[in-house]
Design a protein around this ligand. Structure first.
Ligand SMILES: C[S@@+](CC[C@H](N)C(=O)[O-])C[C@H]1O[C@@H](n2cnc3c(N)ncnc32)[C@H](O)[C@@H]1O
Length: 277
């Protein structure tokens, strides 16, 4: 938890280093609360694309599940590596990368059976690194994926796509989910106040929480739908699908600003499916 006065929420510029440093500290401080609050919904070894609950087991955005066997997979912004564990159970060889040491400690906790009883030997490899500088050789992976990991928090997302394109083998797949861009025009509130557009969708100024000295303690970055498409194609990747999960009847859970009320009216998540040449 953040000690001292509540941080101030504002919109201002925040570069690569400031964003990365602020978010690493934020996720280290808040990982325990995050896993306590969302761990049941995420499951120890499920692959959930976002708060709507779209499950890879049904969505098949990574390709047919029986085709995952033997693939080298990079999960970016893996958190406690729940998605990587689902991939490992299907015979893939996942590497779970995250900026936050504390998030990766939660991954290890789950692998050691603290919560889910998973087999530690079958757990994914864990790597602490920044998504903007992937510590892997060219053409190391068949598949890269990210469920809300890293991309919402990174200043230079174009660089992440270039890095992913570099580490993918020819024909490899890159699938990632982020907050749906249209949400940036609305207050991040689950109730009716979150249904009225109050700011410009076109304003790319980052959302920043800063301390009383003006230092960022949390940063999120906005890209419009067109920005995302341009960044993907500029990295040499081909965009083959954009999935906007609908809010399902069974899901009555709120997750921050995501709620059944808003989910029935507005998209909350966008999942981009890309292929390397
Ligand atoms: C919302 S969580 C998503 C993790 C997991 N898929 C889940 O649903 O819990 C975002 C994760 O991205 C990580 N992250 C943030 N910025 C990052 C960066 N620049 N590079 C790598 N990981 C980053 C955070 O540490 C956090 O674990």
């Amino acid at each position: 938890m953040i000690q001292g006065p509540e941080p101030e929420a504002t919109r201002r510029s925040a570069g690569t280093t400031e964003s990365s440093r602020a978010n690493r500290r934020w996720w280290d401080r808040n990982a325990d609360d995050y896993q306590r609050e969302h761990g049941d919904f995420l499951g120890d070894d499920r692959f959930v694309w976002g708060p709507e609950g779209l499950d890879e087991a049904e969505a098949g955005l990574l390709g047919p599940a029986d085709g995952l066997k033997g693939l080298d997979v990079l999960e970016i912004g893996a958190g406690a590596a729940q998605c990587s564990r689902w991939l490992a159970a299907r015979g893939a060889r996942p590497v779970a990368l995250d900026l936050s040491h504390r998030q990766l400690q939660h991954a290890r906790r789950i692998d050691l059976g603290g919560a889910g009883g998973a087999d530690p030997a079958a757990g994914p490899a864990l790597v602490q690194a920044d998504a903007g500088v992937l510590p892997f050789a060219d053409a190391s992976f068949d598949l890269a994926c990210s469920a809300y990991g890293a991309l919402p928090f990174v200043a230079d997302t174009a660089r992440v796509h270039r890095e992913v394109a570099r580490v993918l083998r020819p024909g490899g797949r890159w699938v990632f989910s982020v907050t749906h861009p249209v949400r940036w025009a609305f207050p991040d509130e689950p109730g009716p106040e979150g249904l009225t557009a109050v700011s410009s969708y076109f304003d790319r100024t980052p959302y920043v929480e800063q301390d009383d000295r003006g230092l960022a303690v949390y940063v999120e970055h906005h890209r419009t739908l067109g920005d995302r498409v341009r960044e993907i194609t500029a990295a040499g990747l081909r965009l083959v699908d954009v999935v906007e999960p609908e809010w399902p009847e069974w899901n009555d859970q709120e997750w921050g600003g995501w709620s059944p009320l808003r989910g029935r009216l507005l998209p909350g998540t966008a999942v981009f499916v890309c292929l390397a040449p």
